[in-house]
Design a protein around this ligand. Sequence first.
Ligand code: MIC
Ligand code: SF4
Length: 646
Amino acid sequence: MNVTEKIFRAHLVDGNPVVGNEVAIRIDQTLTQDATGTMAYLQFESMGIDRVKTELSVSYVDHNTVQIGFENADDHDYLQSVARKYGIVYSKPGNGICHQLHLERFGKPGKTLIGSDSHTPTGGGIGMIAIGAGGIDVAVAMGGGAYNIAWPKVVGIRLTGQLNPGVSAKDVILAVLRRFGSKGNVGKVFEYTGPALATLDVPSRATITNMGAELGVTTSVFPSDAITKAFLEAQGRGGDWVELLPDDPASDYDETWELDLSTLEPLAAAPHNPGNVETIAEHLGQKVNQIMIGSCTNSSYRDIKTVALLLKGKQVHPDVEVGIACGSKQVVRMLADEGLLGELIASGCRILENACGFCIGAHMSPSTNAVCLRTSNRNFEGRSGTQSAKVYLVSPETAAASALAGAFADARTLAVPAVPMPKAFTIDDGMFLYRESAGTGVPGTEILRGPNIGQVPPGQPMAEALAGVATIKVGDKITTDHIMPAGARLKFRSNIPEYAKYVFEHTDPAFYANASANRDAGKANVIIAGESYGQGSSREHAALCPMYLGVKAVIAKSIERIHRANLINFGIVPFVFANPADYDRVAQGDELAIDGLREAILGSGKATVKNLSNNTTFDVTTDLSPRQKRLLLAGGLLAAVAQGQA
Ligand code: MIC
Ligand code: SF4
């Protein structure tokens, strides 16, 4: 068995372990972050369970920390009170980014983790099966329920050779993205093997598993070996280590691909998709306006120290704005103690809070038409908060070299220092609350609900037939950032009627008005889409807000995993075109009808759509497990729970 299979089998509670088949696995740990967490906990509360039933559940606050107005602060108070009551560890704002913190302080090899954030697979860097999911799936797991997922196909990525100085883990994952792209990898786990593993420390491994999310895979995982052991020991957690290796690295995989690390050169994901990989050489000398270093992909002690050593004693270019956001309190404290924070300040960097910040467009939006280099994992159009900005995703080494040059630069021309892993990290868990009551909670705690804390809207049972309108028609690779913008709108995450006003805000500003009018006239809204619909963020708001606006079905050429699960959880049917060419038979505004919708869902999942506007028909399909059928018919997961159907 490979590592993936070992962990999946050890946690299997139901279902036949055959590739593509839905199985249920036991979840040991959960994590949430504030932007998806408020909904997850509102849903958890509505399930009427008295405390969390996992080995460990952690509630992080890292996304909405800007606090312009009362909304974010209300969310924090709500989350803190919920954590205390139900036995969840609470990580205060300013402590750091959920994935970096979880890796440092809580992740354990061989365990399962689901998180209401698509970059939860960061935990794969220490040999966990860590999966991103919708908030409601995390709520179910917190209540002791299993997590349902298709048994994966395991792809072995065999790494050989060794990285040259100036080339790092970000370039490895960009090379994997160049080969496999950001669509078409649904249902796979990428498991890393090969002799080069001995040269990759845990932070580097975690960069690779983190940004595996951009491949659209279920998760990515490294074995748990001597390097994992050294990392956990340095975190004072040697006792959490177990060895976990594939039995036969040569034959344990459904598919394999080999990458020689010595051949790699510095790379960048060019605008506006992480799968759009180019070389730094193609851009050398091109002027850059802004450089942002941090995010859950590249904010470790290793990464920021490398940047600090490269900038030490020098000045960043006068025409470039450089921001640094460390991943955790541990990282920033250690750099401060070593005098390196001072070096970063002296070199002219802006020191930002240990939080998501710039990565999600919560601040530091660049100027009009700016060219930006960022060490984060997503460069979707407008995600930075500036629609016209061109964001390139690069390694910390490339970012630092370019900060000095004011232009794209190749770090291999500098003397890039090797940053060895410290023997002991500075451990300071002071911003984690309620560790002593974890698992049991403090019954009777009053839950604090400011005016920003709304209700979860109820789902409606699936109608017998669908009569509606193709309210919007979009192209390929539509991300959940397109569907439900973050940035300036993030503060409405706990208030669905308000947040719903911004569905498809930049793609079709009339969507909200049109969808609301259709809903109020009793017509269903249908979304028509191309390939890989719902890429990116796990935000279930991209299903929840459309549900609130009366969206009943998505018909796409293909739909990404987390978003598809979220659609089902909120009672929206995820159809795909039986013949992708039929995409051309529907125009925005066409009247559509499906007779026998419930019947189709209960049966084979095949349905015929009548396009009443051009008098044609076309077929659509949806592949549903018995559980998913029940959820859709009931009107979503919460409705199914209420009806005893989940
Ligand atoms: C992201 O990177 O897009 C986010 C913000 O972390 C999301 C979660 C969210 O939308 O709150 C994710 O990756 O799942
Ligand atoms: Fe936060 Fe960005 Fe990571 Fe999402 S990708 S968790 S916004 S740092």
